[in-house]
Design a protein around this ligand. Structure first.
Ligand code: ADP
Ligand code: MG
Length: 247
């Protein structure tokens, strides 16, 4: 079947389902998800724990493959991409980034090596995410939770991804640092056209940074709207309940 080509479409989910087989039986993480993310937009993904947000992100860079349905990245089915190339194009940043034993510099350089080229100025990437260059020679295992989240972002940026998949990446930052990272990421989106799929528990953040917002519940998207409409005039009564703090 022909690829779904559209110049301004970064990610397309088409009737995607995923069930994990666990010792306690099957878990249906995603149930027939469809939706598209325009290139250069920020999609914020909200929903209760266990609703499938992280699984949805993982589909985009082939960390997880769907049982049913298809995922397209820039018009090409994810499974047709060379996985390393896809992971450079769509970089996933975790809430708790795994640390490579060694210095902060080592952590950044290894990221560059994945892309097959030397990294001459790792300090530039630290400064981009608001970390001082003095940290370069520090052991990455000694960083605070917030510093580690920033390092995780810096390591992704080294890849110069066209898509950033962010999974709760500001949860360990204090409020002023959260704003700083939000500004930096929205600028990146606007100046370089980077597309961001941004999972967050923080509804104010979802509203501040999002162009589009999806609410997930039990593996389904129950509300998908332009962010301002999502918060001002949701269609689903469950969305109102979620926004009011209930689940
Ligand atoms: P969220 O990110 O919204 O909290 P997840 O996508 O992490 O939700 O999880 C959705 C459901 O799938 C949960 O019930 C979770 O326990 C389950 N799940 C996620 N990943 C796995 C996995 N690798 N193995 C088994 N179950 C998983
Ligand atoms: Mg999650």
């Amino acid at each position: 079947m022909a690829d779904r080509i559209s110049d301004n479409q970064a990610v397309w989910f088409e009737e995607v389902s995923k069930t994990f087989v666990t010792a306690r039986g099957p878990v249906r993480a995603l149930r027939g998800i469809s939706g598209e993310v325009p290139a250069g937009a920020i999609l914020t993904l909200v929903g209760p724990s266990g609703s499938g947000k992280s699984t949805l992100l993982s589909l985009v860079n082939l960390m997880v493959t769907p049982d049913e349905g298809r995922v397209f990245v820039f018009g090409r089915e994810a499974s047709a991409w060379d996985p390393p190339a896809l992971r450079r194009t769509a970089a996933l940043v975790f809430q708790r980034p795994p640390v490579i034993p060694g210095s902060v510099r080592d952590n950044l350089i290894l990221g560059a090596r994945l892309q097959g080229r030397p990294l001459d100025h790792p300090e530039d990437f630290l400064e981009m995410v608001g970390l001082p260059r003095e940290l370069l020679d520090q052991d990455a295992r000694e960083l605070s939770g917030g510093q580690l989240q920033r390092l995780g972002l810096a390591r992704a940026l080294v890849l110069e991804p066209r898509i950033l998949l962010l999974d709760e990446v500001t949860s360990a930052l204090d409020p002023s640092a959260v704003r700083e990272v939000e500004t930096f990421l929205t600028d990146l989106c606007h100046s370089r056209g980077v597309t961001i799929l941004w999972v967050t528990h923080d509804l104010d953040q979802a509203r501040r940074v999002g162009d589009w917002t999806w609410l997930m519940a039990a593996g389904e998207i129950i509300e998908a709207k332009a962010t301002e409409d999502f918060f001002m005039q949701p269609d689903n009564p469950l969305t109102l309940r979620f926004l009011a703090g209930g689940h």
